[in-house]
Design a protein around this ligand. Structure first.
Ligand SMILES: Cc1cc2nc3c(=O)[nH]c(=O)nc-3n(C[C@H](O)[C@H](O)[C@H](O)COP(=O)(O)O)c2cc1C
Length: 455
């Protein structure tokens, strides 16, 4: 038993709040260490079956898949750090629906390249077949290289992407709700700037009305979109409490400005949890995990992004390149976390730091990768998570395990009981739908048979 740190429960704005947990896999990333001998295959159904069932044993709200429609590349070379061949999310989640009973199933699907009537039908199918456990993580996809994979080519201007996102979601909602009082489907006509359709729904409403709407995007336009349309916002503010609290206040302010109650949008940042029996053991494990995430090849790939050239021939235990980058700005098409930054300035700062500390290439990259999420004992991490939700910094977390399928085991077996002891986590599922797990209101009906952009 641990003693809660920080203020006593009664001082919190939300003293009885529960932590909601989801397990999240990015489309492309090097957070999950697929190369670890304990790791399953990223295309093997058994890997994800085991994770989803473990999460359900831990009474998680959701199993959540990101979407990466094209692997990152640079000068024609695929990034060594990307896994190849992740199956389509809706297909994978439909299969998981058959081997789980309660956990929500969240599919990331972009609005820039899909067609609304088709996607609305596929998501409604997942929702109906899973008994009301489906959700759609609405993303606009910010990278132009993905666009080249699609018949339309290119991409939409940032501002227009959110115009399309709003029209897309309105059209989907109109289709999900287009049934008369007897339950017969009615025709929907939608005429907007970027979406035009005439369609009649072919899949009935699900046990939760329609799929829960998640959204991931961080710009002011993205936050306003979430405030107007989403029921859950998936953020990247999952490490620093003050930063998360500022984000949460901003989202709630925008939600009220959009005419909704401030708790209408649940906030679930992505994060990582590393547990140890003692604080030292947890820190040591975190150091080891980071080393696995930044393999020698990954370190070379990451500096190649900054220098704008293939540096895979360099010795990762040797010094950084002496010449300046061949590009001015770090390109967004390379999937870098530092798009648009002055490449020469970043390279010079890195060289300076490496010289000062005597760092090799790999040591420098390890030094630059910030520690994400929570590191500690089950008891200390449970205190921190409870503090986050009770203080209103988030409603819970989407966890990305560092290894699959076993990486969630200690969270479920050691952390969840600690949260339950603190009264900060459910002890059983009390509902059957994802909407019920998340404590969301029933969806407002959007029964509109004719929708125009300025209606
Ligand atoms: C936490 C988070 C997760 C995201 N996950 C995905 C994803 O899985 N697939 C994808 O195509 N885009 C993803 N995005 C990118 C968004 O679709 C969007 O293109 C990007 O955030 C730029 O929009 P913004 O300027 O509003 O943030 C994610 C964004 C955030 C903040």
């Amino acid at each position: 038993m641990s003693t809660a740190t920080g203020p006593s429960s009664a001082d919190y704005p939300r003293p009885h709040a529960h932590v909601h947990l989801g397990v999240f896999f990015q489309g492309v990333n090097h957070t999950t260490i697929w190369s670890d001998p304990a790791s399953g295959s990223q295309i093997d159904f058994e890997t994800f079956r085991e994770v989803a069932q473990t999460a359900e044993r831990g009474l998680f709200d959701a199993f959540f898949l990101g979407e990466g429609l094209r692997l990152r590349e640079q000068n024609g070379l695929l990034h060594d750090l990307d896994v190849v061949g992740r199956p389509d999310a809706i297909t994978q989640l439909s299969a998981l629906a058959a081997v789980t009973r309660r956990i929500g199933l969240v599919a990331t699907q972009n609005v820039t390249y899909n067609d609304p009537a088709d996607l609305a039908r596929r998501l409604a199918s997942l929702d109906v077949l899973s008994g009301g456990r489906g959700a759609w993580n609405i993303v606009t996809t910010d990278n132009s290289w993905t666009g080249a994979n699609f018949r339309r080519g290119g991409w939409l201007d940032h501002e227009l992407r959110y115009v399309r996102a709003a029209e897309f979601v309105e059209a989907a909602q109109a289709l999900w709700d287009a049934f008369d009082d007897e339950g017969a489907p009615v025709e929907v006509r939608y005429a907007g700037r970027t979406v035009e359709l005439v369609a009649t729904p072919t899949v009935p409403r699900s046990a939760q009305g329609h799929p829960v709407l998640f959204q991931a995007g961080d710009s002011p336009a993205g936050r306003d979109f979430a405030a107007s349309h989403a029921e859950v916002i998936f953020s990247a503010h999952g490490t620093d409490h003050a930063d998360a609290l500022a984000f949460a206040h901003d989202v709630r302010r925008r939600t009220v400005a959009a005419g909704r109650p401030e708790d209408d949008v649940k906030i679930l940042p992505g994060t990582q949890i590393i547990l140890g029996a003692t604080p030292d053991e947890a820190r040591e494990k975190a150091r080891w995990v980071k080393e696995q995430q930044v393999t020698p090849a990954t370190a070379l790939s990451l500096i190649g992004q900054v220098w704008g050239e293939d540096l895979s021939h360099l010795d990762p235990d040797g010094p950084l390149p002496e010449h300046d980058p061949v590009v001015k700005a770090i390109g967004e098409t390379r999937g870098t976390p530092r798009p648009g930054r002055d490449a020469v300035a970043v390279a010079r700062a890195w060289r300076e730091r490496a010289t000062e500390q005597g760092f090799s290439i790999r040591e420098l990259v390890l030094d630059q990768e910030r520690q994400r999420g929570f590191v500690g004992t089950p008891s200390s991490v449970a205190d921190e998570l409870a503090h986050w939700v009770r203080s209103g910094a988030s409603d819970g977390f989407n966890l990305t395990p560092w290894v699959v399928p076993g990486g969630l085991d200690d969270v479920v077996d050691r952390l969840v009981p600690e949260l339950q002891e603190r009264g900060a986590y459910r002890t059983e599922y009390t509902g059957t739908t994802l909407r019920e797990h998340l404590g969301l209101r029933a969806p407002v009906p959007h029964r509109r048979t004719l929708v125009t952009a300025d209606a």
